[in-house]
Write a protein that binds this ligand. Structure first.
Ligand code: DAL
Ligand code: ZN
Length: 295
């Protein structure tokens, strides 16, 4: 015989089950409505390209959200998925000035500047040649020559890695603000308008084979020895050599290489004078000969 007390307990349990089922059904219906509405909103939007499609996952589905592309079901919540391809980051070189003159041989120095001039063109250096996949730009001729040089270096077992290339006047100003000259008043960062980096022809390099050989210790690296022997064959020269500090106004920079073309790079090597002296002489000779032509 079932007691009255047991009967009451049984009814209480049945009511609880029914209420829970009702709440669940309501929740489920509400959820499905949200799914429908968000789906309609989604299809009314322009459909992104395959690679850019956001991942929508039905959180009530039994199917595993890790494989959303197999889940044709709908959709309420955006969840990252391990199988989602990262959105490609489009990186472009800084603004150029198509009418800018060619400043490849301009004798830029602490006393001779180019204001806020920009190169007429800039192209990116493939990130396989840059430190930590950094994004750097040069003008086309300098970039192509650098790539040729880096490939030749690699065939000889050394790895030339770019740590800086084109810098706008504004970027140069930021660097200069954080920098002090050494005790001899030799600077390591040029003022805006006075940096070879602003020409779009100049790179700072480090060693890809021995990471300790950065900046000041770069002179000890196999990469630096290779550059001293071979860079002129690709039109690159070291702008700030040890011993030239008083003349250039800058500390010696073994990492800093400027493109001036193969002919001039070889003539400079033969003359063994500072780059700024060579380019100043060249500018004066060009001026003299054009005056002579006019007479
Ligand atoms: N480090 C060289 C001098 C520059 O800033 O252009
Ligand atoms: Zn530099």
């Amino acid at each position: 015989m079932v007691s009255r007390k047991h009967t009451l307990r049984l009814w209480a349990f049945i009511i609880l089950v029914l209420v829970t089922a009702g709440v669940y059904t309501n929740e489920r219906a509400r959820h499905q409505k949200v799914v429908r509405v968000t789906q309609q909103m989604f299809v009314e939007e322009p459909i992104p390209k395959q690679d850019e499609q956001p991942i929508f996952v039905d959180v009530t589905s039994d199917q595993h959200p890790i494989e959303p592309e197999l889940n044709a079901k709908p959709v309420t919540e955006i969840k990252p998925s391990v199988s989602a391809k990262p959105k490609p980051v489009v990186r472009t070189c800084p603004a150029t000035d198509p009418d800018a003159p060619d400043l490849t041989l301009f004798p830029i120095s602490p006393t001779l500047g180019i204001g806020r001039a920009r190169p007429s063109e800039l192209v990116s250096i493939p990130t396989m040649f840059s430190l930590s996949g950094g994004f750097f730009c040069l003008n086309q001729v300098a970039r192509d020559s650098f790539q040729e040089m880096a490939r030749a270096a690699e065939r000889d077992g050394v790895l030339l890695i770019v740590v800086s290339a084109y810098r706008s006047a504004a970027h140069q100003g930021q660097l200069q603000a954080n920098n002090e000259p050494d005790e001899h008043d030799h600077a390591s960062v040029a003022a805006p308008g006075h940096s070879e980096h602003q020409l779009g022809t100049t790179i700072d390099l480090t060693s890809g084979t021995v990471s300790v050989y950065t900046f000041h210790r770069f002179a000890e690296s196999a990469e630096y020895a290779w550059l001293v022997q071979n860079a002129a064959d690709y039109g690159f020269v070291q702008s700030y050599r040890p011993g030239d500090e008083d003349l250039t106004g800058y500390i010696a920079e073994p990492w800093h290489w400027r493109y001036i073309g193969v002919d001039h790079a070889k003539k400079l090597a033969d003359q063994n004078i500072p780059l700024v002296t060579y380019l100043t002489n060249l500018a004066l000779e060009t001026e003299d000969s054009s005056n002579g032509d006019e007479q």
